[in-house]
Design a protein around this ligand. Structure first.
Ligand code: HEC
Ligand code: HEC
Ligand code: HEC
Ligand code: HEC
Ligand code: HEC
Ligand code: HEC
Length: 346
């Protein structure tokens, strides 16, 4: 029995070896292959990682900027689940990149796996794999959605694409009769800063509108003031905020102001903001009297005259702007004063 098995095993072995040898027969060697092209993107054309290491080096620049960004509201705000067609162009990184390519004001579809505003949103990261990829994804002047006004804030145009008023539905018309407001979120939305800085988009009742110097003299707009030299990760740079805590007190990061305001800037801010906050309070009181606003600033929906709705729009726009007049004091003063006047006489 055992002998039989051994015999069969031997037979199988011989057979296998036979097949293997017949398969490994080798023909004559072919000609040598051509040299490969040098690695792409190296500055000297010889090293494929030469481009990479100009950014991914030991300078700690990416680390520092990343730390600032991680502390910014772009990273911490958490509202990037707003990924549907109407919201994704500003609230998701992918939606924004799609929009600046198509020029459309919505995305084609909901953005899956949404990411918030990050390095790839604002820079051409990993397009050419060279330091040229620090180029901003857009710097073109921006046509504001609300009324087609074209603004040019230099490097700040990047920001203006998202930080602009949205179109309220319905839109009250000066001289018009009334509108029916059905949503407590009605208005120009949360980030209307580009409209305020440019001096457009409010309910411009009455006359006397003008802009402050900031509209034209601050060459890079938002970037000049908000991305001035970083104060740790609290303000400036890629944190982009304007305030930080110093020995427990909130201070405004005035690094970007100094070239134009070498002294007395804190007092100047204080004066403008106090005046604007006072105007906001006056307008709110009137809106409460007209039954359009609650004590806490909420909108009471329903039918209202265009001037009352315009007052609500102006109140919310100035409040949402967040600078309390600093962006464009003259425009904000007139918007609020004229709304106050219109509503006082009714
Ligand atoms: C313009 C500067 C720049 C160049 C050039 C560059 N990178 Fe990057 N790289 C970045 C930035 C910015 C990030 C994102 C950092 C972050 O999210 O923290 C990144 C992220 C990465 C990551 C982490 C994974 C990821 O995708 O987020 C890897 C890996 C990487 N790079 C490899 C490379 C390689 C390999 C090259 C060259 C072929 C290269 N990079 C060239 C700037 C650069
Ligand atoms: C792709 C759209 C987009 C771009 C581009 C963009 N932002 Fe923002 N920004 C947002 C959104 C959305 C938020 C709120 C984030 C959240 O809550 O998730 C925000 C938040 C902020 C905040 C914090 C606001 C607060 O409530 O404290 C500042 C400051 C800011 N952005 C400044 C800038 C500046 C300056 C630029 C240009 C360098 C810029 N942003 C570019 C969409 C954008
Ligand atoms: C034109 C760009 C743009 C579009 C479109 C947009 N948002 Fe925003 N949104 C912003 C900006 C900018 C901010 C942050 C403003 C700030 O903090 O100053 C913001 C803030 C918010 C916030 C945070 C508010 C808070 O108090 O913290 C919510 C929630 C939000 N948006 C919801 C939406 C929804 C829902 C949609 C779609 C229906 C939408 N947004 C469409 C630009 C946009
Ligand atoms: C909301 C838009 C925005 C985001 C997000 C953003 N950046 Fe920037 N970044 C800018 C702008 C605008 C400038 C130009 C600032 C200036 O000129 O003062 C800039 C400049 C830079 C520079 C200097 C570039 C040069 O030409 O020398 C570096 C480096 C940089 N960013 C890295 C990063 C990294 C890393 C991330 C992600 C962690 C990031 N940025 C995210 C808008 C952004
Ligand atoms: C002249 C300087 C200047 C310019 C230009 C400027 N800002 Fe501001 N911004 C400020 C100051 C000052 C505040 C008020 C800070 C405070 O009192 O909390 C502010 C407030 C804000 C806020 C409220 C949240 C915060 O960080 O305090 C946002 C968001 C904002 N600005 C975005 C923008 C955007 C977007 C642009 C461009 C369209 C812009 N700003 C242009 C100086 C500027
Ligand atoms: C490129 C120049 C420039 C920069 C940068 C600049 N400003 Fe101004 N600002 C002006 C000019 C010009 C005026 C008008 C003359 C005046 O009041 O000093 C002005 C006026 C003001 C006013 C008075 C507005 C009013 O009418 O009530 C305030 C407040 C102000 N700036 C704050 C700031 C702050 C805060 C910063 C930095 C975050 C800043 N500015 C950056 C040029 C600049």
């Amino acid at each position: 029995m055992e002998k039989k098995i051994t015999f069969y095993l031997l037979l199988v072995l011989l057979f296998t070896v036979g097949i293997m040898t017949s398969c490994t027969k080798v023909g004559p060697a072919g000609p040598a292959g051509k040299d490969g092209t040098n690695g792409t993107d190296g500055t000297d054309g010889t090293d494929g990682t030469a481009g990479c290491v100009q950014c991914h080096d030991n300078s700690q620049v990416i680390l520092a900027k990343s730390l600032q960004w991680e502390a910014s509201v772009h990273a911490t705000g958490g509202n990037f689940e707003r990924n549907t067609k109407n919201c994704a162009p500003c609230h998701t990184s992918q939606g924004f990149l799609e929009r600046i390519k198509t020029g459309a004001d919505t995305t084609l579809a909901t953005i899956e796996n949404p990411a918030p505003q990050n390095c790839y949103t604002c820079h051409e990261i990993h397009q050419t794999y060279t330091p040229a990829d620090w180029t901003n994804t857009t710097t073109s002047p921006v046509e504001l959605w609300i009324n087609g006004t074209i603004v040019d804030f230099g490097k700040g145009n990047l920001c203006a694409n998202c930080h602009q008023p949205r179109i309220p539905n319905p839109l009250p018309i000066i001289g018009g009769d009334s509108v029916i407001i059905t949503s407590p979120y009605w208005g120009v939305h949360h980030g209307p800063q580009a409209g305020i800085l440019a001096g457009t988009g409010g309910y411009e009742i009455g006359s006397g509108y003008s802009n402050s110097d900031h509209t034209t003299v601050v060459t890079d707009g938002c970037v000049t003031c908000h991305m001035a030299e970083a104060f740790g990760v609290q303000a400036g740079g890629h944190q982009m905020g304007m305030t930080y805590l110093y020995h427990g007190h909130e201070k405004i990061n005035t690094t970007g102001c100094i070239t134009c305001h070498p002294s007395g800037i804190d007092a100047k801010i204080e004066a403008t903001q106090t005046e604007v906050l006072d105007l906001l309070t006056q307008l709110k009181t009137l809106l409460i009297d007209h039954g359009a606003m609650t004590e806490t600033g909420g909108i009471i929906t329903g039918k209202m005259s265009c001037d009352v709705a315009g007052g609500v729009l102006n109140y919310n726009m100035v409040e949402a702007d967040g600078s309390e007049g600093v962006h464009n004091a003259n425009y904000v003063r007139t918007l609020l004063t004229n709304s106050i006047q219109a509503l006082s006489s009714k």
